[in-house]
Design a protein around this ligand. Structure first.
Ligand code: ZN
Length: 249
């Protein structure tokens, strides 16, 4: 009774005394605590679960604060790195899936970044190309081999662009798609009916003669006409194949 009164009358002193006591017997108290927790593991688990549920928001804030400390970040980076090393294939797939699900957002973000600072973008691209020259070349070769038709188009566009001539890549692609859907197409020069595997795409005014890669300078013709004409201008092309309609143009 006397002690309780003393505690009430002297809260400051009491607190200081308690603190000193805990400090003095730190190790013993900690052992006792540990012991008790092990003996009452179920109780501890229940208590922890309740605490987590009741203080979810608070815990989230605290966790965020911890996550932002440099020490945590360094430790975590290492942990993640080790995990990736152990689960390389799974990591690759996860990344792919993530990219696929978010590709519109990611692509937009890339575009935004590029537009915000085009010079930085160029610098980054140049540095990347410099660093990965061999890998890029190998990848391009693989792609060209797997997509011969698309590669031909790409190479052609590049030639045209190099000469500073106009390019209507999308329109020509659409034109070719359209033509390939047809049952047969007449050769622009000689009129032979061509199936979709027989068509070749021709520049009426050769690119060498400053014809653009544009929809009004492209036609479908047979490979015979294409081989025979090559880069000859229409008016100089000596051929019995040419139909009169084209000549009249
Ligand atoms: Zn022909």
């Amino acid at each position: 009774m006397r002690r309780a009164n003393w505690k009430q009358a002297h809260p400051e002193e009491n607190r200081a005394y308690q603190k000193a006591y805990r400090q003095k017997h730190k190790r013993r108290l900690s052992e006792q605590n540990k012991d008790w927790r092990q003996r009452n593991i179920e109780h501890v688990r229940r208590y922890n679960a309740n605490y987590k549920a009741e203080h979810a928001a608070e815990i989230a804030v605290r966790r965020k604060e911890i996550n932002q400390t440099e020490a945590f970040r360094i430790k975590n980076r290492l942990r993640v790195k080790r995990w990736i090393e152990r689960n390389a294939e799974r990591h690759r797939l996860t990344r792919l899936k993530y990219y696929h699900r978010n590709r519109h957002r990611i692509q937009q973000a890339r575009r935004d970044k590029k537009n915000r600072n085009p010079e930085d973008h160029l610098k980054r691209i140049r540095a990347y190309r410099e660093k990965n020259r061999e890998a890029i070349r190998a990848r391009q070769k693989r792609w060209a081999k797997a997509n011969p038709e698309a590669y031909r188009l790409y190479a052609r566009n590049r030639r045209v662009r190099k000469r500073g001539l106009p390019v209507e890549h999308a329109r020509i692609k659409a034109f070719i798609r359209h033509v390939k859907k047809l049952k047969s197409v007449p050769c622009y020069y000689c009129g032979t009916r061509l199936s979709k595997n027989e068509i070749t795409i021709e520049h009426i005014v050769p690119i060498q003669n400053k014809g653009g890669h544009t929809s009004d300078n492209v036609c479908v013709c047979c490979s015979a006409c294409n081989c025979s004409k090559k880069n000859t201008p229409l008016t100089k092309w000596q051929t019995p194949r040419l139909n009169q309609f084209v000549l009249a143009l």
